[in-house]
Design a protein. Structure first.
Length: 437
């Protein structure tokens, strides 16, 4: 049995510099040059196993899932997320998921249709009056945030959407893997020279706390306008702290991921006009309702393919509770694993022409046996609870937008990616948005 490749010392310093500057390109290079499972040894408390191998992923996320909990990277989000569903574990998580699951039933989702159509109509009017270059990423983020608040919290509530978006972006930036590592070494240096460690609490987190309190107060007085899950919590007399945690968990994981998927799908369609036209023609044959989603299969495949190339959540983090064996390799308790969906989805061992946009690869026949080679929503027991909602919303929204607009990317270089917790562009995604008639 051969040992796993290990990167440490000067070699680690070299790769760490490359990863800071070009993280995704460097990770792809690592997989090609070093291997699909790599040990990074940065000394005490900074050991990491990078994983881009389906059998390892299956073992961690499914086969022995009980042994693998949220890692320190995710636990760094606790000041924001509290003990909500994204970060909770074991019996608490199971209880939360069982209570939230009915909110994502197809019959409940279909009730969101009028709100989605209303918000899309507003966006289309804006684009009609400002045809030309538009930051599609910012538009998708605002669209999905507005839909989230109206469907998952309360319809009719007044909030400052731009300020919520700003605060959320600030938290994402503060808690990115890159900035967590910088913060770790900065605080380590501060301790050594006798300075205090910087607090984890931020003004952005405090602002989102006030937003959550405002939503709870409004919801208690407007039960008929409340979401399914909030009414359920009120009926069960859940305390406000727990409701607050779920609200910020929905803000954290409930709109930006879908906005990212829509952003990158529009980019892929803008750079592949034949696929864009196929989706448009498909849309023109439908009624643009949830009832007609089965007739939007080409659109669905384009969404799936863009999420292969640009997975919104591009890495998954776990830490073992006990020692374990994976593929004849021994791992100690408290071993930290980073599963990389980005490199997995672009590996030529699993995908033919992996850099190309080929939506047809997502036909049912082609995808058999690829459950742990394609993981944009995670896998196993903790697969994203909103997976069906995200796909359904994305199909409907793209169908509406493509009926009314053509999207073109005119820059010579692809957009630069900022892979924080959620995959975004560095400076926005600017597309030419042109009315179709």
């Amino acid at each position: 049995m051969s040992k796993l490749p290990k990167i440490s010392g000067f070699t680690l310093v070299k790769w760490f510099g490359l990863l800071l500057v070009q993280p995704l390109e460097s990770l792809e290079k690592l997989v090609r040059k070093v291997g699909k499972v790599i040990e990074f040894d940065g000394g005490k408390y900074q050991k990491l196993h990078f994983v881009s191998e389906p059998e390892y992923i299956k073992h961690i996320l499914k086969t022995n899932k009980a042994n693998y909990k949220r890692s320190p990277v995710i636990k760094a989000l606790r000041p924001l997320l509290g003990n909500g569903i994204f970060i909770s574990e074991d019996k608490i998580w199971q209880s939360q998921r069982s209570h939230l699951k009915p909110s994502f039933h197809e019959q409940v989702i279909q009730q969101f249709e009028s709100i989605i159509l209303d918000e899309c109509d507003s966006l289309c009017k804006t684009w009609t009056h400002s045809a030309g270059k538009n930051d599609v990423e910012a538009s998708m983020e605002m669209l999905m945030l507005r839909i989230l608040v109206r469907t998952q919290f309360c319809d009719g509530i007044e909030v400052d959407y731009k300020e919520i978006q700003r605060a959320h972006s600030e938290v994402l930036d503060q808690t990115s893997i890159r900035n967590q590592k910088i913060k770790f070494y900065t605080n380590r240096l501060r301790k050594q020279i006798g300075l205090s460690v910087k607090s984890d609490q931020s003004t952005a987190v405090r602002y989102l706390d006030t937003v959550a309190k405002h939503i709870i107060a409004f919801a208690r007085n407007n039960r008929k306008k409340c979401s399914y899950w909030m009414n359920d919590m009120f009926d069960r007399d859940v305390d406000d702290d727990e409701i607050r945690d779920q609200i910020v968990n929905f803000i954290f994981a409930g709109y930006d991921t879908t906005a990212s998927a829509l952003t990158w799908t529009l980019y892929c369609l803008a750079t592949n006009p034949t696929n864009q036209n196929d989706c448009r023609q498909e849309s023109l044959k439908t009624t643009n309702t949830f009832a007609d989603l089965s007739n939007l299969q080409t659109t669905k495949q384009c969404i799936q393919e863009s999420m292969r190339l640009y997975p919104p959540v591009w890495s998954i983090h776990r830490q073992s509770e006990e020692k374990d064996e994976i593929d004849k390799q021994q791992f100690d308790a408290h071993t930290y694993f980073m599963i990389c969906a980005y490199t997995l989805h672009r590996d030529p061992d699993f995908w033919e022409k992996p850099a190309d946009f080929i939506p047809q690869r997502f036909s049912a026949d082609n995808m058999r046996g690829k459950a742990f080679q394609y993981i944009p929503f995670g896998q196993g027991e903790r697969v994203c609870i909103g997976q069906s909602l995200a796909i359904m919303e994305s199909q409907l929204i793209l169908s509406i937008l493509l009926r009314q607009f053509t999207f073109t990317y005119k820059q010579t270089k692809p957009p630069q990616i900022t892979p924080g917790i959620i995959m975004k562009t560095r400076r926005g995604l600017f597309l030419e948005v042109t009315p179709t008639s």
